[in-house]
Design a protein around this ligand. Structure first.
Ligand code: ZN
Length: 328
């Protein structure tokens, strides 16, 4: 059963929850990408955290000993929020047991450590929760798909894009002194992986948070240094808003699809675009799809589009199944 929870103020908690029957016949509840329920109320059996981006609420869930996420997501949460992760971890690809219910885990390449979760219930229905997705090639087939629509509005031209890998490589080749604006978690690690993939083996200088996350999370990051004067023969990576602080003789770019920065943008995304999301659904070929993320109108638009091309779909705001804490 898929349902939404309400908090004590009567508004919806973020995202959703699912119940399964364990091998012993007990109902087991998984809350997904949601905030902790106050200790005085009944707790779910697990708070699943798909990845360490703030809009998936790991900052709150990580403090419960019932939180469950990948080893790398736990490390990222600890570095980002400077608090101890209290739950259990797994390596992406492993199958874990939560209170007698098996949960299979898959990579979706959105961030380091990001995970999709799959269950098979007692009548053989397969349920997949994707989290945010960059590459769906490792995701399994399922009957009920619960997925995202960060760029899922087919009527919005900004939801269609391709990564500009060539532009990124050319920028590095053509500018002896260069800095990239990239968010510390996610984009900064993607930038380092791409640079090393191009064959750049020089020093990469980073701000403290990006450096700490990248050194800890990436196995083959090469030589990384704390930001020095950033005008030698190294490449600098800092959050976009810190580009202004770097010397003016450096060529500066922002790794984003947005066009409202004062520096040229290079389109490198952590997400599938609208076309990619539709292809993912076609490949997974579910009986039914629930679009659960992000806030706003995009889940509704994506669900409507899926419906129009023959995939039965609902967005999270259409789910009427509510389990309020008052009744738990
Ligand atoms: Zn994300």
């Amino acid at each position: 059963m898929v349902f939404r929870e309400k908090n004590s103020r009567g508004s919806f908690k973020p995202h959703l929850s699912i119940k399964f029957r364990s091998t012993e016949g007990k109902l087991v509840t998984f809350s997904i990408d949601t905030t902790r329920t106050p200790a005085k109320y009944q707790q779910p059996d697990a708070y699943l955290i798909t990845h360490a981006h703030s809009d998936h609420n790991g900052k709150s869930a990580m403090l419960s000993d019932r939180s469950v996420c990948s080893e790398k997501t736990a490390i990222a949460l600890e570095i980002r929020h400077d608090r101890k992760y209290a739950g259990r971890t797994f390596k992406v690809g492993e199958t874990i047991d939560v209170s007698g219910v098996k949960v299979h885990t898959f990579p979706n390449f959105h961030t380091v450590g990001s995970t999709s979760f799959l269950w098979e219930n007692e009548v053989g229905t397969r349920i997949l929760v994707t989290g945010d997705v960059k590459d769906a090639s490792m995701l399994p087939k399922c009957d009920l798909l619960i997925t995202e629509a960060n760029y899922g509005d087919p009527g919005d031209t900004t939801c269609f894009f391709d990564d500009d890998l060539e532009g990124f490589e050319n920028a590095v080749r053509d500018n002896p002194s260069i800095a990239f604006g990239a968010y510390a978690f996610g984009k900064a690690q993607r930038a380092v992986e791409l640079l090393r993939g191009f064959g750049y083996d020089g020093v990469i200088e980073m701000d403290e948070k990006s450096l700490s996350l990248t050194r800890t999370l990436l196995e083959d990051a090469g030589e990384l240094e704390y930001l020095g004067n950033c005008c030698g023969d190294s490449i600098c990576i800092v959050p976009p808003w810190d580009l202004d602080k770097l010397p003016s003789n450096i060529s500066k770019f922002v790794m984003t699809g947005r066009s409202d920065y004062r520096y040229p943008a290079i389109q490198i995304s952590d997400h599938l675009d609208a076309r990619g999301l539709v292809d993912m659904v076609k490949n997974i070929d579910p009986e039914f799809t629930v679009v659960y993320h992000p806030n706003g109108h995009r889940p509704g638009r994506f669900a409507k589009h899926l419906d129009s091309i023959g995939f039965n779909s609902l967005s999270i705001d259409q789910i009427e199944n509510v389990l309020s804490n008052e009744f738990v």
